[in-house]
Design a protein around this ligand. Structure first.
Ligand code: SF4
Length: 107
């Protein structure tokens, strides 16, 4: 996943754009139904909620919120119908056989 330390390493070596192009070129729409953010959320130690661990590491709030979302904000929210915040790093989940905390998404 081209974020944080790995992303910084790619940038410092001038390889970030090439790596991202590789991921985009390997995108498979079949993986979209199985990406982990469709079924899971990520909660940090302070109770702030994110669409996934990667978005948490990037400080991206849940869904399309423009401010941090806390667990207490979700008491009346239907998470099944939430928007998921996506960005270029998401190609790391949809490229090739797909990727998740549990490994490949497809065989
Ligand atoms: S990086 Fe993107 S596609 Fe992957 S789990 Fe997070 S939000 Fe979903």
């Amino acid at each position: 996943m081209p974020i944080k330390r790995f992303g910084s390493t790619l940038i410092s070596r001038g390889q970030f754009d090439g790596y991202l192009a590789l991921l985009k070129g390997a995108h498979r729409s079949d993986n979209l139904d199985a990406v982990m953010c469709r079924d899971l959320i990520s909660v940090d130690w302070q109770g702030h909620v994110h669409d996934c661990d990667f978005n948490q590491m990037l400080g991206l709030p849940l869904g399309d919120s423009d401010k941090p979302v806390h667990l207490r904000d979700l008491l009346t929210v239907d998470l099944e119908r939430r928007n998921i915040r996506v960005a270029d790093h998401c190609y790391g989940c949809t490229a090739g056989q797909g990727s998740s905390c549990g490994g490949a998404l497809s065989g």
